[in-house]
Design a binder for this molecule. Structure first.
Ligand SMILES: CC(=O)N[C@H](C=O)[C@@H](O)[C@H](O)[C@H](O)CO
Ligand SMILES: CC(=O)C(=O)O
Length: 320
């Protein structure tokens, strides 16, 4: 087990859950997937069973087995493995939190319950506190993703006094475009050693300026290397290069967003770029179309994200 005390920083890939053509989890490629992230993308942290991993579409027993496989295959290769253990049922969430602790995960994260919803900050804190208490030695992260949960309680408000309620509270994964809220999370907690992990990949540079300490996202599976270049440029205060990288990443994300982008498309893109079969998503999601994949392939090549050796008649707009 990696040390749980060190701060989670840099890029964190939100892992895809690979599936077979029959919709079963394809555990056999997870080892390869770890090596790909580390060796080809320079990404050494992962966020398992979240949005991209279709965590809420898996059964509890599947979620346990997926978490185990990532922890096992990531041993001595990855820096940190964070498991998303959010669920609608507090009991299930606690079971998953306890399990994550048993298998030696480096952190757990929880979204707001999104069917019967918490009405205010105190309701949400009470829920999170009970989950965190099931894994009292594991760093705890709140996963703020209001567009998907429909729970719009501001993160800045939630963070106020949270360490008194949740002693293991370690940070926030902020998947929203409200940079006022994000900035205030950072500003009001400067004395604390929280991790502020931004989750909107196309806007990461703005969040770095606001004080993000790292980022969790789906695109770091295949744009990790490019995004790491942006982080390095930002680190050495070369903002003009950092902006070039961000614009380059934006050109790609903007392109796929217009085509219709979500978890299914992430699976298709990762299959294309890594060569590791991610398989189809699970219902209610439908597999990405062949047309989408073809379009993306051409775009990736024109941006220089994929080899152009076998591509003809492409208008190159490669990013340096
Ligand atoms: C809603 C969603 O899945 N957000 C992801 C993580 O939070 C991001 O990584 C996005 O996929 C990415 O920023 C592209 O919009
Ligand atoms: C993107 C992200 O963080 C997730 O898949 O949960």
């Amino acid at each position: 087990m990696a040390s749980s005390k060190k701060k989670l920083q840099g890029l964190v890939a939100a892992t895809i859950t690979p599936m077979t053509e029959h919709g079963e989890i394809n555990f056999s490629v997870i080892g390869q997937y770890v090596d790909y992230l580390v060796e080809k993308q320079g990404v050494k942290n992962i966020f398992v069973n979240g949005t991209t991993g279709e965590g809420l579409s898996l059964s509890i027993s599947e979620r346990r087995r997926v978490a185990e496989e990532w922890v096992t295959k990531g041993r001595n290769k990855l820096d940190q493995v964070v498991i998303h253990v959010g669920a609608l049922s507090l009991k299930e969430s606690q079971e998953l939190a306890k399990h994550a602790a048993e298998i030696g995960a480096d952190g757990i994260a929880v979204i707001a319950p999104f069917f019967l919803k918490p009405q205010n900050k105190d309701d949400l804190t009470d829920f999170l506190k009970e989950v965190a208490a099931a894994a009292p030695a594991v760093p705890f992260y709140y996963y703020h993703i209001p567009a998907l949960t429909g729970v719009k309680i501001r993160a800045e408000e939630l963070l106020e006094g949270i360490q008194e309620k949740i002693p293991t509270f370690q940070g926030l994964k902020f998947s929203d475009t409200d940079l006022l809220d994000f900035g205030q999370c950072v500003d009001q907690n400067r004395q604390r050693q929280f991790a502020f992990l931004f989750g909107v990949d196309e806007q990461l540079l703005s969040a770095l300026v606001m004080g993000a300490t790292g980022a969790v996202g789906s695109t770091y599976n295949y744009l990790g290397k490019k995004t790491n270049q942006m982080l390095e440029a930002f680190e050495r205060k070369d903002l003009s290069s950092a902006l070039n990288y961000q614009f380059c990443i934006q050109r790609f994300i903007n392109f796929v967003l217009k085509l219709g982008f979500g978890v299914s498309q992430t699976k298709a893109i990762m299959t294309l770029v890594s060569g590791i079969p991610m398989g189809p998503p699970r219902l209610p999601l439908q597999r990405a179309s062949k047309e989408f994949t073809d379009n993306v392939e051409a775009k990736l090549k024109s941006l220089g994200f994929l080899s152009i050796a076998d591509l003809k008649n492409v208008n190159l707009e490669a990013c340096s």
